[in-house]
Design a protein around this ligand. Structure first.
Ligand code: C2E
Ligand code: CA
Ligand code: CA
Length: 612
């Protein structure tokens, strides 16, 4: 087993003996037993010599940047092992070395920095912070070595007590994991800048940095590895950052960096530098290597005509620009621009998301029903349930084409799905006995099956209300079904086992894969409206609809045509052999149902035309 970390050699390289002793005494008080002072560069080498064959016994070099005749890059070379696992980490005391590093390009040094082997502490020294840094470096070093030695212990190491303890002691103003400013402090800082700016406008910019595909690594490797990635990314960025910039962790994998008094060009170049550094950065998890990139959004203070009054305005703009960077392919720098269409979309989302949340709570959603006709019996088969939202005044109705995409992007769609299912079942339960034949088709989004909550809701609700499961059908789009094939398939099987039916919606709108059709356990195929609208005049559409009908018949599934708007189309569909149809010709979505299902399609068509 490995020796106790506190027994490893710690060298304090500092020419001023008082300062050096002050540090060693402090560390001795905290249990470190092998402490040596070196007052110049050659004594550092001298001290290290006996350990030449036992690099694992060397812990850390704490080095002042003022150490006579010392070039950090050379020292780094001297301390480098064949593997990072054997490289001695350094804690550098002082602020100036960074500027010099800008000119000292050295691959070994770069690598050490990128791998977090160099830690930087400002003067005057905060000893608690030093202790934290030592624990942190030793833990990282130990973890690297464990990884190198392929020991299983590895994964839990970083989060192990020591590191956590050390981090907890760190100032409250900082983010626990990364040691960066926390959001509150950061915003306070921005307040001051914004206030000052009102009197004396100066340029400055906010960078919003987001780790690309962080959630993927978090999911694949677990949150502890995710935490380590965050720490390593922060370390890599820190190496490039001037101490006068304020740097904060604003979300789990999102960071903000405020650059004071910088021109737009400089800001862009600097952001590019960060992006590039991380593009070259590699993250190791056992023997898997990840290339972990970042997307960066920039919001400048003076660039925008609208004055920014609040820190959150600036942060929100930079975040929007960052989203644009992500949407345009990630690993990219993007400057905020008022007219970006993506930004407009975000504004749309930001406007609608709270209204959706409110609608869920305050019963501002309601359901409408559109009849679906059985073309063989020429009677109503069932109704499709469609969602509506009440507008500002209660008479205004908002279309789902406005709020459903927002709900999808903003993570609200799952709640919306649950709401619709619950209310549709309640609706069935409340119908009078003479309407007990009525059944409903409910639309589900692509994320409906991401967990089992919907399944349990359906099951429990049906049980509680005594509604027959056969009266409930679900429509799921082809794209959604294909997206998450196995999971969706399993869930459909389970819900069908309860007795509910399924339809594949918008068939043909995506990639129209007959291949999937075979494997999907659905009862109905809903042919997308775009193939129906011009059915009479468009021969290609006719061919397509015919072949869908043929294949569906072979697979034992029924077909539904949507967007049926004229009697000619009804006749054509009957000729082709489509089983069911829906469209304005039979009726628009209404708040109430037809009182009778024996009403013929001709009466329906007449009624619909009269209502037009
Ligand atoms: P969808 O599932 O394809 O629903 C059919 C849409 O076509 C409905 O629009 C319906 O009103 C409209 N429609 C039906 N017949 C005709 C016709 O003959 N002519 C024309 N021009 N339109 C017709 P709506 O209600 O605006 O819904 C739009 C989409 O929003 C739906 O497309 C569906 O994807 C989504 N949606 C609606 N309600 C819900 C819901 O409760 N949950 C979820 N997840 N999505 C919903
Ligand atoms: Ca539908
Ligand atoms: Ca559809």
């Amino acid at each position: 087993m490995m020796s106790n970390a506190k027994e490893r050699l710690i060298i304090v390289a500092e020419s001023n003996l008082d300062i050096a002793q002050n540090i060693t005494h402090y560390l001795a008080d905290h249990g470190f037993s092998n402490l040596q002072i070196a007052q110049d560069t050659s004594s550092v080498y001298e001290t290290l010599r006996p350990y030449y064959r036992h690099p694992e016994k060397v812990g850390i070099l704490i080095i002042s940047e003022h150490l006579p005749e010392c070039r950090i890059a050379d020292m780094c070379k001297a301390l480098a092992g064949a593997q990072d696992a054997y490289t001695v980490p350094m804690i550098i005391l002082g602020t100036q070395y960074k500027q010099s590093l800008e000119y000292e390009s050295d691959t070994l040094l770069d690598r050490a920095q990128a791998n977090g082997l160099i830690y930087h502490l400002e003067l005057p020294l905060n000893k608690a912070e030093l202790l934290m840094a030592i624990h942190f470096q030793l833990a990282i070093k130990r973890e690297r070595r464990l990884r190198y030695m392929n020991e299983e212990l590895l994964t839990n190491e970083l989060a192990e007590r020591k590191v956590v303890d050390a981090k907890l002691k760190y100032l409250i103003a900082h983010d626990e994991l990364t040691g960066l400013l926390n959001r509150q402090n950061f915003e306070r800082h921005l307040w001051i800048i914004l206030k000052r700016n009102k009197k004396l406008p100066k340029n400055g910019a906010l960078l919003y940095i987001d780790i690309d595909r962080f959630s993927l690594i978090n999911e694949l490797e677990g949150y502890k590895v995710g935490d380590r990635l965050i720490v390593e990314v922060v370390t890599a960025i820190r190496m490039l950052v001037n101490k006068t910039y304020s740097f904060t962790r604003i979300g789990s994998d999102e960071f903000c960096l405020y650059l004071d008094n910088q021109s737009a060009d400089d800001t862009h170049q600097f952001a590019e530098k960060i992006r590039k550094a991380l593009d070259e950065f590699r993250f190791f998890v056992d023997d898997v290597v990840y290339n972990s990139t970042v997307s960066i959004g920039i919001a400048s203070l003076l660039q925008n005509d609208k004055t920014i009054y609040h820190p959150s305005d600036l942060i929100s703009r930079a975040r929007q620009a960052c989203r644009m960077a992500k949407e345009n392919g990630r690993n990219m720098v993007w400057e905020y621009n008022d007219t970006d269409s993506g930004v407009l979309e975000r504004q749309h989302d930001v406007y609608w998301a709270p209204l959706i949340r409110k609608a869920l709570i305050d019963a501002r959603f309601f359901l409408v029903f559109q009849p679906v006709i059985d073309l063989h019996s020429e009677r109503i088969s069932h109704y499709e349930v469609l969602l509506r939202m009440k507008g500002k005044d209660d008479n205004e109705t908002i279309s789902p084409t406005i709020f459903i995409p927002v709900a999808e992007r903003m993570g609200l769609i799952h709640s919306v799905d649950l709401w619709v299912v619950e209310n549709a079942i309640d609706y069935l339960a409340a119908l009078p006995d003479f309407m007990a034949h009525v059944s409903l088709a409910v639309n589900l989004s692509s994320v409906a099956f991401q967990d089992k909550s919907l399944f349990y809701l359906i099951k429990d609700k049906l049980k509680m209300t005594w509604v027959d499961a056969g009266r409930l059908m679900f429509e799921i789009t082809e794209t959604a079904a294909v997206d998450n094939f196995e999971q969706t398939r399993n869930m459909i099987l389970q819900i069908r086992a309860l007795g509910c039916k399924f339809a594949l919606d918008d068939f043909g709108a995506g990639f129209c894969s007959f291949n999937y059709l075979k494997k999907f356990p659905v009862d109905y195929i809903k042919i997308d409206g775009q193939f129906i609208q011009n059915l009479i005049n468009d021969e290609t559409d006719q061919v397509l609809v015919r072949s869908i009908v043929e294949i569906a018949a072979k697979l034992g599934k029924k077909t539904i045509a949507e967007f049926v708007q004229s009697p000619d189309v009804v006749a054509k569909l009957q000729e082709i052999g489509v089983d069911l149809a829906q469209g304005y010709i039979f009726g628009k979505p209404e708040k109430t149902l037809q009182a009778s299902n024996v009403i013929s399609i001709y009466r329906l068509m007449q009624n619909a035309q009269m209502n037009d």
